[in-house]
Design a protein around this ligand. Sequence first.
Ligand code: FES
Length: 106
Amino acid sequence: MPHIIFIEENGMEKKAPAELGQTILEVALANDVNMEGACGGNMACATCHLVVMSKWYDTLPKPSDDESDMLELASGLTRTSRLGCQIKVTEELDGLILSLPKRFAS
Ligand code: FES
């Protein structure tokens, strides 16, 4: 079973078991990671924004145009930002490291 590593806002790492085919958003919600996912994965909110550790970024399929458009609305956007609801778990993503953006920074 692959594991996804989330770095939470407080800097703590959480290693979450993931089922193949689950989205990263689903993995986060099943493991009490603080990710909102307000639209339920319908690519209409950007509250599942996360930052992919750069060495992993090119392992992921490229974002669709719609995902890129939605990411423009995310606060704290970075070069390796993605939407958690648009990434599906595969064996190749075992050990993927993601961090939650500092969404509420003033
Ligand atoms: Fe809304 Fe991903 S959950 S865009």
